[in-house]
Design a protein around this ligand. Sequence first.
Ligand code: NAG
Ligand code: NAG
Ligand code: NAG
Ligand code: NAG
Length: 366
Amino acid sequence: MAKSLRLGLLVYLASVVYGASLWVPTTPQSPKPYALRKGLGIALGGGNTFPVTGNSSGKAFCLLNTNAGSSGGAGVFPHVHKKTYENFYAVKGRVQLWGQNLDGYLANASVQQTRILGPGDIGAIPPNTIHTFSLLEPDTQLTGVLVPGGFEEFFFNMELSPNPGASPGAGGLDLAGLAKWDVHPQLDFVPRRDVVNGRAGPGNWYDGPNSLPPNVSAPIWIAKNHGPKYLNSESGRYQIVTPFVTGQQTNNTFSQGTITLSPFADAKQKAPVVVSAVATAFMLEEGQLEVSVDGFEVAVLINGDIFFVPPNTHFSYATTAEFTKFMYVTGGGKGLDYDLTSKARVWDSAFYPQETAISAVQFERI
Ligand SMILES: *[C@@H]1O[C@H](CO)[C@@H](O)[C@H](O)[C@H]1NC(C)=O
Ligand SMILES: *[C@@H]1O[C@H](CO)[C@@H](O)[C@H](O)[C@H]1NC(C)=O
Ligand SMILES: *[C@@H]1O[C@H](CO)[C@@H](O)[C@H](O)[C@H]1NC(C)=O
Ligand SMILES: *[C@@H]1O[C@H](CO)[C@@H](O)[C@H](O)[C@H]1NC(C)=O
């Protein structure tokens, strides 16, 4: 046997035994399970990276990380998407987001809202909502979720078709040409500047509960740990699910939130296999998460790392670090979070119970 053939056979056998690596150097161009280190993914400049795209998620959603300093004024001119949902999640620093339903604005029948989002806070902008935002700190990370995926083609194409004669308010863009990207400028919208205690306009912020509305005619604001929480105690471990949006707020197009995970009470417990009919992505926030997909080596995620699986992929996840926390996005109303919360109880703390020396059987009864 030729040396190279023998070597190739060895590599092949090794990959059968040990599985392929989930780690990829950048966002794939078609859906497959993958893991991406913090900061990797298709880059656009200006600190924008796309760890999940329409291409990589089968059009389910796009995940966009913006790591940048304070933008001074508004980061972008006020605009509306007619079909696209856009969630603004602050990971680091502070972000100010403004929003108002377009019809309410035009009829002077609703009140403009703004919030200053610190780490863990989210503003969810449904379609038909005017919005604009500003980064406020020297080291800010804004994680955007855009649904359906593929919207990001706008960002890439925008660079290619600048119109220097157009309104300076829109950075020299051809405003009329933006409609085909589902971007509808609202240049008359004046962002209010009367923020007190991180908010202006109706609704609670840090001063009370932030509930999920039954419909989405206005922005949804959830301050970290001030929204709904659910405690799932299945499989001898705890998972606190804090939804930002569920299928009910997104016409079943996606869900987003965080999961805070405990280690197994019994270290010999095997991680339960998860399979859902929609795409699933995780972004690690705290601790360490082992993710396992059939046919792949286990990948160990640390802060900022991304994990993605297409629909109907068998995978599992587990941690040995207390209070491991990750953000999830799923490509429909009935994903992982739905399965977990439908077998959970309403919970009112950011902490799971911390009994010691408790058996897996006792655990199920809590
Ligand atoms: C998505 O795929 C299309 C078709 O191959 C390609 O033209 C486009 O550049 C890709 N978009 C991104 C953001 O990678
Ligand atoms: C909009 O409504 C507010 C309060 O209802 C009112 O004070 C204001 O004058 C109205 N503005 C216009 C332009 O009609
Ligand atoms: C949407 O929900 C709000 C309460 O959050 C309610 O006041 C409003 O009437 C609802 N709108 C529709 C169209 O159901
Ligand atoms: C909700 O989704 C269904 C398809 O699943 C679509 O027919 C309907 O127009 C959507 N409604 C809105 C308000 O987008």
